[in-house]
Design a protein around this ligand. Structure first.
Ligand code: ADP
Ligand code: MG
Length: 255
């Protein structure tokens, strides 16, 4: 009797998606390899667990809201001399996320602040942490509209439940007093529950200026700096150094 449809039905009732969709292959492989009962059961259960872990990882990466993907393996430490190999390895190990430390990456445009923050956050997704990425500008939008906009509310809820939050491009645009206060409230709320990676083109002394409020800037920096590593990323712009010219390529082709 062909039990396949029945087994698939049972697998579906039990939520065993991998077993349901891959049943024929699983059985074929087991027959081909003359697997023992023990190995067969192990393979089925292992396959199901692996499938679920992969799906959950995919979901975490999708829901993190990265504008694009960047990877640690592509970060060139020879170019970025502000970070030692040891520091880079320590950051990659993510124990600082468990310890709820913050990381502030500051420096001029093109030095790799966004690359490093996305790559670390992506790696954290792979390792099972709940992560959110936002630019400062869209964070302000979320904070201003979460009471009336469902998507903003969902984004804020996710931020509040994240193990790691990247806030990219802090200080690029001036913010209003109301926005500054909302930012402070959020930072206070996240303290001791969520690690932050903040990228900024401003030195600490300039925060008072872009927030237009010295007391507020001090209060925010006080909270952020409590358990924090700060990396001043100096050097040349990777973009400018590795500028790719379409016209030059065209010219070389013709010569
Ligand atoms: P920033 O956020 O500091 O303005 P980005 O992270 O956006 O700079 O970097 C600009 C471009 O240069 C990106 O495409 C990024 O991948 C690349 N880049 C910057 N620094 C490095 C580096 N050290 N190794 C590899 N690529 C880099
Ligand atoms: Mg950037």
């Amino acid at each position: 009797m062909d039990k396949i449809p029945e087994i698939k039905g049972y697998a579906a009732s039990l939520g065993l998606t991998y077993t349901k969709t891959e049943l024929e292959t699983i059985i074929h492989e087991a027959e081909k390899n003359s697997s023992s009962y023990l190995t067969f059961l192990y393979d089925v259960l292992y396959g199901e667990i692996k499938y679920r872990q992969d799906k959950a990882k995919e979901r975490r990466i999708k829901e993190a809201g990265f504008p694009y993907k960047k990877y640690l393996k592509d970060f060139d430490l020879n170019f970025c001399t502000s970070i030692t190999k040891k520091q880079f390895n320590q950051l990659s190990e993510l124990t600082w996320v468990d310890g709820i430390y913050n990381l502030i990456l500051s420096g001029p445009p093109g030095v790799g602040k966004t690359h490093l923050s996305i790559a670390l956050a992506y790696h954290a997704c792979e390792e099972g942490y709940k992560v959110s990425y936002t630019s400062m500008q869209s964070l302000m939008q979320v904070l201003k509209t979460h009471e009336v906009d469902r998507r903003s509310k969902a984004k804020l809820n996710r931020i509040l439940k994240s193990n790691l939050l990247v806030i990219d491009e802090v200080g690029y645009l001036p913010i209003t007093a109301v926005e500054g206060n909302m930012f402070f409230q959020l930072i206070s709320q996240l303290q001791e529950q969520t690690s932050l990676i903040i990228t900024t083109n401003k030195g600490f002394e300039e925060w008072a200026e872009f927030l237009d409020d010295t007391a507020l800037a001090t209060a925010i920096l006080d909270r952020l700096s409590y358990r924090c590593d700060r990396i001043q990323m100096t050097g040349k712009s990777y973009r400018l150094e590795n500028r790719k010219s379409f016209l030059e390529k065209e010219r070389n082709c013709k010569e």
